[in-house]
Design a protein around this ligand. Structure first.
Ligand SMILES: Cc1ncc(C[n+]2csc(CCOP(=O)(O)OP(=O)(O)O)c2C)c(N)n1
Ligand SMILES: [Mg+2]
Length: 378
């Protein structure tokens, strides 16, 4: 390439970054080339999505009962399970906070998720920030609270894997709002230049709390922004779990060869941002009603019923089975004693340091004063 010459962009890459890849449409009709994925995978994807939906409903219920501090509803985004499903257990996942399906596919159980949500004795993250999940046992990093911080973490970890000659990769999930953070740009640029084995999954659910996508960027698509960093990208119908699964297989294969890949998962958040949010303040009920038709479980169910993978009534039976399971798990998790009250001093530093010891003393002193004053501490 001459220094002053023009630069061409591969038109196929541009097409992928601005088109919309889909296989099953909102009515369950096949509109793309259906991959040879086998009955078992299809059923697994369905089960994971139902489990995520049921758990989401239970966490909302437990929050309304005053048992869970805060919950970020997942409804509408369950097809994310397709992205994680083809990963190997040795790969590392950097999930977002709206990713119950991701935690389940990685192997975290409903019981473990409930222990976390209720901060009971068995909470795997020992009382760290709320609405955040992760688990060392499943190579899953807890989501940082500052939006998008996990992006450079995932890129750095992937670079370390490459440096050590491992064939593992990292996958990172984040929202459309995170693409306005510097971390997105630093992460994408580093991944592009240093060819880190990373799969980026941007869950574009159209909203960042009350801020719509058009206020995040004037770029035509988020996948287009990734391409501008030299990272191959694709814009996918993120409510089509089969399209997500097929895309992830290709993306993971490419990342394992040492080239990053970016998936823009085009979806819609049907619920509130968190249980502390009232979406009627910033978006119309008509919009939500209109988008319900596109949600991922409805279309997979339709496809599977029409193609003989599910007999009549079977979907409801599967749903009930998981509903009962989570109800029992929730009752048991609520019975467990809480974490010890000084648990948040445990995981700040590896070693004991005097400042923390001092703070701990002061903490107990304040607890004593509160008790003396008759102020109940839960
Ligand atoms: C740096 C930073 N700014 C603001 C917040 C408050 N906040 C939490 S989630 C969120 C919106 C994120 O939107 P998006 O990235 O689209 O993810 P979504 O919640 O839609 O899945 C904001 C602004 C934060 N946690 N961190
Ligand atoms: Mg969003």
């Amino acid at each position: 390439m001459s220094l002053l010459g023009r630069v061409d962009i591969d038109p196929e890459k541009l097409e992928r970054a601005t088109g919309l890849y889909r296989i099953i449409d909102e009515e369950g009709r096949v509109v793309g080339e259906f991959p040879d994925i086998g009955d078992e995978v299809l059923r697994d994807l369905l089960h994971y999505m139902i489990r995520a939906r049921v758990l989401d409903e239970w966490l909302l219920r437990l929050q309304r009962m005053g048992k869970v501090a805060i919950h970020a509803p997942n409804k509408g985004q369950e097809a994310i399970v397709g992205a994680v499903y083809p990963l190997r257990p040795e790969d590392w996942v950097f999930p977002s906070y709206r990713d119950l399906g991701v935690y389940l596919v990685r192997g975290m159980t409903e019981e473990e998720i409930l222990d976390r949500a209720l901060y009971n004795r068995d909470d795997p993250l020992r009382g760290s920030d709320f609405a955040i999940y992760g688990h060392r046992k499943y190579n899953m990093i807890p989501t940082p609270v500052p939006v998008g911080n996990q992006i450079p973490h995932a890129v750095g970890a992937a670079y370390a894997m490459k440096y050590r000659g491992l064939d593992t990769i990292t996958m990172v999930m984040f929202g459309d709002g995170a693409t306005s953070r510097g971390d997105f740009h630093a992460g994408l640029n580093f991944a592009g230049v240093f060819k880190t084995p990373t799969v980026f999954v941007c869950e574009n659910n159209q909203w960042a709390i009350s801020v719509p996508l058009k206020r995040q960027t004037r770029a035509p698509t988020i996948a287009f922004r990734a391409l501008s960093y030299g990272v191959d990208s694709i814009r996918v119908d993120g409510n089509d779990v089969v399209a997500m699964y097929k895309t992830a297989i290709d993306a993971i294969t490419q990342a394992r060869r040492g080239e990053p890949f970016f998936i823009e998962m085009v979806t819609y958040r049907l619920g509130s941002h968190t249980t502390a949010d009232d979406p009627s303040r910033y978006r119309s009920e008509e919009e939500v009603k209109r988008m319900e038709r596109y949600e991922p479980l409805r279309r997979l169910r339709k496809y599977m019923e029409e193609h003989g993978y599910l007999r009549e009534g079977e979907y409801d039976e599967i749903y009930k089975m998981y509903y009962d399971h989570v109800e029992k798990a929730a009752r048991e998790a609520l019975e467990k004693p809480p974490l010890p009250e000084d648990v948040f001093f445990e995981n700040v530093y590896g070693d004991k340091i005097w400042v923390l010891e001092l703070e701990k003393e002061e903490f107990y002193e304040s607890l004593g004063i509160m008790k003396e004053l008759g102020l109940e501490v839960e």
